[in-house]
Ligand binder design. Sequence first.
Ligand code: PLP
Length: 427
Amino acid sequence: MPLHSRHAAVLPDWLALYYGRPVELTHGEGRHVWDADGNRYLDFFGGILTTMTAHALPEVTKAVSEQAGRIIHSSTLYLNRPMIELAERVAALSGIPDARVFFTTSGTEANDTALLLATTYRRSNQILAMRNSYHGRSFSTVSVTGNRGWSPTSLSPLQTYYVHGAVRTRGPFADLGDTAFTAAAVADLEDVLGQARGGVAALIAEPIQGVGGFTSPPDGLYGAFREVLDRHGVLWISDEVQTGWGRTGEHFWGWQAHAQNGPPDILTFAKGIGNGMSVGGVVARAEVMNCLDSNSISTFGGSPVTMAAGLANLTYLLEHDLQGNARRVGGLLLERLRAIAAHVPAVREVRGRGLMAGLELTRPGTDQADPDAAAAVLEAARAGGLLIGKGGGHNTSVLRIAPPLSLTVAEAEEGAEILEQALRTIQ
Ligand code: PLP
């Protein structure tokens, strides 16, 4: 009997497991993983966009084992060389002038820190967030998560106002072209800011919503927002937990598609940088980062082993131009998915950028989301040897594809074929 069947009873009921019979992974290599029953899968979700370069990448494994042999833990009471080097690399890559970097152990904790910085810096607990967003599962990050699929009973420690603009396929501006859509969203932002009393600390936004189903606003939308935010003294936090490190192909960071008025004030990252090791962090210009006046630590943030993994992973990513690979292979994959979708009425839209592709499923001929169809496609794809993801909360009808950035053209083709067969099962 596979291990998961024996242990699943002690896990929380709300744990999101994709399959009726959960997959228990034992090992991985490249873009493939194996389960406890010996089945091999092409991993089209890279963990959850966490295995950024490849499974069992020798460079990362070597860096981790060598560092573990030297010192595993130092805590942030002390410095360690991999942490300093990774901070220098991330600061230089961030695009934020006079950048300071603080490492955490997850995306949730990175966003928590960003919210702490912004609310302290602006002396306000009012936050703007996008509708349909996801920023983590802690008390404060749930409080700025527009997707109410999470913890709807939580009482927020922050006063959050939600803004339109991140989703193109529904909402009051859905039918508008890019320019009119952006103008309407900017007007909505101005309206919301007008209603907020006593100043707002920050806007937090994902350049492309991840859990929200890989929805992108028109390019330049957050840049247009920035102009309004600047007038009101509101900081811009770009949550790059899913969109960082070249995943979108065209840009290294998602915010760069919205760069006309400069970089964000605060950038948060996690997921892919550690290639599966727990690395997250916050980048902010010195003035904002240093607004906290008490000493602070993160017991496990900046830990030498995870930093060594991040450093080796980032070096590999840059030296092998995986951003360029995401653009090329991702472009081909999106083209192929669009061709497949043209023959599947249940696919309402194929969207995405680089190696971040979403297929939104609706009941054919309607706008009604079809989470059952998405669940069925996931099961069929698994049976065919392919792991894919889906959106969360109210977006479980969106299939999500985000393989490691080293995906080859042949693997993209193989995965697309399995997915095509899986989509046939819901026709
Ligand atoms: N922000 C975004 C955009 C995410 O997609 C996620 C996780 O999916 C988080 C934050 C939270 O990250 P973590 O699960 O590492 O806490």
